[in-house]
Design a protein around this ligand. Structure first.
Ligand SMILES: Nc1ncnc2c1ncn2[C@@H]1O[C@H](COP(=O)(O)OP(=O)(O)OP(=O)(O)O)[C@@H](O)[C@H]1O
Ligand SMILES: [Mg+2]
Length: 236
């Protein structure tokens, strides 16, 4: 790592074109994505809706490079998305969270920063502040297995925003939260967009759709603009 490499990358657009993903199943192949085109601009907070099994998580996996499409492309800024994107280019809160079980909550949140070359003490201070913000300051030294799923979800979100990524993608980030903690998570997602990040959130939660700039629906393997779309100039 060279000094300064951990600085946030500049604003970058998430752009997908013609994404197709087919999964083999015993009863026949299932074409989950059938030509998905998607753009999320810097500063935009976009929600991705769709019934359970419609392919939201499959799309998220392709967008962040965890999975490869059978055809189509994903770019962040001018760069093609690959499997080993740095956290500061694209950070994800997967539906399965993917926290490192051996590390404490604070260490999990600090990890993207440390991997990006941030000095350990600075990374620890940022992690502490982020965990306090998601109301987890008191359990920062616990490992994921010692936290509820809803607490783990907030750790995963804090981990994702810690490197101030150009693109932030979250898959059902409020699914296990109560009405008290959901606003904390929504504020963090929205603030990331206000700060210039491109934010995409897959969700069934109306509370998330309501604070988004724009909503898109995945149905039959393609994206539709929702009638409930909000203008980017709508009051938040
Ligand atoms: N790795 C895989 N291998 C085979 N089939 C898969 C794989 N991943 C997803 N699928 C199938 O793709 C479809 C879409 O799944 P996905 O998890 O993306 O749905 P989802 O919209 O995220 O649902 P939910 O709202 O329940 O999270 C499902 O039919 C699922 O069985
Ligand atoms: Mg899903």
């Amino acid at each position: 790592m060279t000094p300064g490499e951990h600085a946030p990358v500049g604003p970058a657009t998430l752009r997908a074109a013609g994404l197709r993903r087919v999964f083999p199943h015993p009863g026949g192949d299932v074409e989950v994505l059938r030509g998905v085109d998607l753009t999320v601009e810097p500063g935009e907070f976009v929600t991705l809706a769709g019934r359970s099994g419609s392919g939201k998580s499959a799309l998220v996996a392709v967008l962040c490079g965890f999975d490869r499409p059978d055809s189509g492309t994903v770019h962040i800024g001018g760069d093609r998305v690959t499997q080993d994107l740095p956290w500061r280019t694209c950070a994800v809160v997967p539906q399965s969270l993917g926290l490192t079980p051996e590390l404490t909550a604070a260490e999990n949140v600090a990890l993207p920063l440390v991997l990006g070359g941030v000095p350990a003490s600075e990374a620890a201070a940022t992690a502490e502040a982020l965990l306090s913000r998601v109301q987890l300051g008191a359990v920062a030294d616990r490992r994921p297995g010692e936290l509820s799923f809803g607490q783990q979800q907030r750790v995963a979100l804090a981990r994702a925003v810690s490197p101030r990524p150009a693109v932030l993608i979250a898959d059902e980030p409020t699914a296990h939260l109560d009405t008290g903690t959901t606003p904390v998570v929504l504020d963090m997602l929205r603030d990331h967009a206000v700060g210039g990040g491109a934010v995409l959130v897959a969700t069934h939660d109306d509370a998330v759709h309501q604070v988004a700039d724009r909503r898109i629906d995945l149905s039959d393997g393609v994206l539709e603009l929702s009638a409930a779309n909000r203008s980017t100039t709508s009051p938040r």
